[in-house]
Design a protein around this ligand. Structure first.
Ligand code: SER
Length: 318
């Protein structure tokens, strides 16, 4: 796809699970020279593009980066996920909240459009579990969820008070093959593919009956670009949009993989991540996103499973 309009994009957390696929998608759309990764010490082999180093917690250095690179949009992905957040709650608060507040302050000063990911972790045990509505009880019980809830209302506040064009999605668990995810609860649904291909067996850290909302990466990227490119008047939710594609139990995923890999053996040994999974919804009502800006997913469970096995087998044989 050709460049669609002149934007200068800064992406934080560019080499995480989502960044690794969003960065190339943004480069293709806006031109390699217009996408700037806020990097770390280590840069992955696949990266071919512009990079600056910085820390989202340091406002002054972030401001310099925005100014020097004439940034017009920030995709702010840098964050600790749910399981890591439980082992390092203070660090999760610091990175997740200070980082977002800095990005929003820069958005006020430089009139930036911002994308910030929220999550199904914003929900908690008191939220309706099935077809969870857009507007509902939000009482998360993880530090990660607390930062997502606080972040959502902070985004809405900056929109109402300062007119910041900030847009957000409550991602479900994201399944992908390019970069390994780190520290999430839904990650069992990624690790199972690695272990199926490399070992022929997998020990799952949630019970077989655990149902969580999930999505294949290509759908997540499509939703993100679609949301960010929608006209401003279509964006009616400035906290964060519910977003859904597929919901399945761990056992259903096992059975689907076994259709292609009949030798796979899965055992179930729930650990502390079970409690996190139990606090989240099983399925999400995303009709508001579908109605407001035309969201529609492409990947169902069989298609996602097929593509994951094919792509990951190829990646691991390289
Ligand atoms: N996938 C994330 C996690 O499990 C939820 O946003 O932490």
């Amino acid at each position: 796809m050709k460049s669609v309009r002149k934007e200068r994009i800064l992406i934080t957390g560019p080499f995480g699970q989502i960044g690794s696929e969003l960065v190339p998608a943004l480069q293709e759309r806006y031109g390699k020279e217009n996408v700037i990764a806020l990097g770390h010490v280590t840069i992955p082999d696949w990266y071919d593009g512009k990079m600056v180093t910085g820390d989202v917690r340091h406002l002054d250095s972030m401001k310099k980066i925005v100014q020097e690179n004439s940034i017009t949009q920030i995709y702010h992905l840098a964050s600790l996920l749910s399981a890591t957040g439980e082992s390092k709650p203070s660090m999760a608060w610091d990175i997740n909240m200070t980082g977002l507040k800095n990005v929003l302050d820069l958005a006020v000063e430089f009139r930036l459009r911002v994308f910030w990911p929220s999550s199904i972790a914003v929900f908690g045990p008191t939220t309706p579990k099935e077809n969870t509505p857009q507007s509902t009880v939000l009482e998360p019980t993880t530090m990660y969820g607390v930062t997502k809830l606080a972040g959502e209302v902070l985004c809405q506040y900056y929109h109402l008070k300062f007119g910041v064009d900030v847009r957000s999605l409550r991602y479900p668990g994201i399944i992908s093959w390019k970069a390994e995810p780190g520290g999430g609860t839904t990650d069992y649904a990624v690790t199972i593919f690695y272990d199926a291909i490399q070992k022929g067996r997998y020990e799952c850290f949630v019970r077989e009956s655990t149902v969580l909302p999930m999505m294949y990466m290509d759908d997540a990227i499509k939703a993100t670009l679609q949301l960010m490119e929608a006209p401003s008047n279509k964006i009616k939710v400035r906290t964060s949009y519910n977003l859904a594609a597929i919901s399945f139990s761990a056992k259903e995923l096992e059975l689907e993989i076994q259709k292609k890999m009949p030798g796979l053996k899965v055992t179930y040994r729930p650990d502390n991540r079970q409690e996190i999974a139990d606090s989240w919804p099983m399925s999400i009502d995303d009709s508001t996103a579908r109605g407001d800006w035309g969201w529609k997913h492409d990947f169902d469970l069989p298609l996602m499973t097929k593509v994951m096995i094919e792509e990951l087998t190829q990646k691991l044989s390289r």
